[in-house]
Design a protein around this ligand. Structure first.
Ligand code: F6P
Length: 361
């Protein structure tokens, strides 16, 4: 039976989103279904008529698979249940969004998002009685029930490459380089890139650090005859007083940031080393997706269409044990996935002699 499905990207963008959209469009076309792309997440549904693009396989001409970003646009602000109005108040616009979906006559919606977006989409779907399935994406890799989400691999690759580029300049100038990476409250990017990129110190929010331990490691590196050091730090690592560092933007939005500079000064103080700080920022989200993100995105897109075919709604596609499976969206949100401090990667880092900021070996 023919269907009309909607697809949207929600939350922060990442590499691989276009590969998900492409897979959905190609597979749906084989089934004779129509696909509409909703623009800027649920925001596109607030307009009358809703802002959508009809998506056909011809539009995926062999270039879009390779591109970062999302051809649909996305938003990581403006919760429709408490939408910020110009006068500073908030308004519940959830009914407007649900009406937008009804106007489009959609049989189902595929939402590509992270935990925050899924919580909103699930609530909207329950309230509006529409069918939805989710595809996990987040460079932070903090969604539960899936080993990996779209965008994470590319972000780790970019962070690893940054360490590769920092190492020779660090060695040329006898410096300790500090690289601040994203990841929100989870340290997955820092831990993976730190191991892959040969960091001496990896600081993640899950493991409290002391300056003594960092100083000890840098001292040992120097005693071993090496003239440079590499430190990678996750943006949510706190300062020595337990405060999370944030930046406030002109529009009042706050985002994590500043721990790299903070550590740079402190590490110079306690080690006597010359330090320089690089904040990698949104470079981790843009650019070409890695092969692995493209394959995962494609598999997730096909599986999302399968779920609609089978009438399995309220589900998120997930990667588990080399397979694509599906899980309840609420389970994925509830099982928030921070770094397991007793897990394989922490053990690996310790086995390599990397300092994780504490005194454990
Ligand atoms: O959740 C993805 C993420 O890139 C985080 O790692 C980061 O803290 C945040 O989004 C940045 O948000 P924005 O794009 O609004 O600056």
């Amino acid at each position: 039976m023919s269907k009309k499905i909607g697809i949207l990207t929600s939350g922060g963008d990442c590499a691989g989103l276009n590969a998900v959209i492409r897979a959905v469009v190609h597979y749906a076309d084989q089934l004779g279904w129509e696909v509409v792309g909703i623009q800027n997440g649920t925001h596109g549904l607030l307009y009358d008529p809703p802002r959508v693009k009809t998506l056909t396989p011809e539009q995926f001409d062999g270039t879009i698979l390779r591109h970062g970003g999302t051809i649909l646009g996305t938003m990581n602000k403006g919760n429709p249940f408490a939408y910020p109005m110009k006068d500073g108040t908030t308004k519940d616009l959830s009914d407007d969004i649900i009406n937008g979906i009804k106007k489009l006559g959609l049989d189902a919606v595929i939402g590509i998002g992270g935990d925050g977006s899924f919580a909103i989409l699930k609530k909207l779907a329950d309230r509006g009685g529409f069918n939805m399935v989710g595809v996990p994406k987040t460079i932070d890799n903090d969604l539960g029930c899936t080993e990996v989400s779209v965008g994470f691999d590319t972000a780790v690759m970019v962070a690893t490459e940054a360490l590769d580029r920092l190492q020779p300049t660090a060695a040329s100038h006898d410096r300790v380089m500090i690289l601040e990476v994203m990841g929100r409250d989870a340290g997955h990017i820092a831990l993976n890139a730190g191991i892959a990129g040969g960091a001496d110190v990896i600081l993640i929010p899950e493991i409290p650090y002391t300056f003594d331990s960092i100083a000890e490691k840098i001292k040992q590196v120097k005693e071993d005859g090496r003239n440079f050091g590499l430190v990678i730090v996750s943006e949510a690592v706190k300062d020595e007083h337990g405060q999370t560092l944030q930046k406030e933007f002109a529009d009042g939005q706050k985002r994590l940031g500043g721990i790299g500079d903070y550590l740079g000064e402190k590490i110079a103080e306690v080690t006597g080393s010359e330090t320089r700080v690089t904040v990698l920022g949104h470079i981790q989200r843009g650019g070409q997706p890695t092969w692995s993100d493209r394959v995962m995105a494609s598999s997730f897109g096909v599986k999302a269409v399968d779920l609609i075919r089978e009438g399995k709604y309220g589900r998120m596609v997930a990667w588990q044990n080399r397979k694509v499976v599906d899980v309840a969206i609420e389970d994925a949100i509830a099982a928030y996935q921070e770094v397991d401090v007793n897990g394989t990667l922490v053990h690996t880092a310790r086995g390599l002699g990397i300092c994780l900021g504490d005194n454990e070996k």
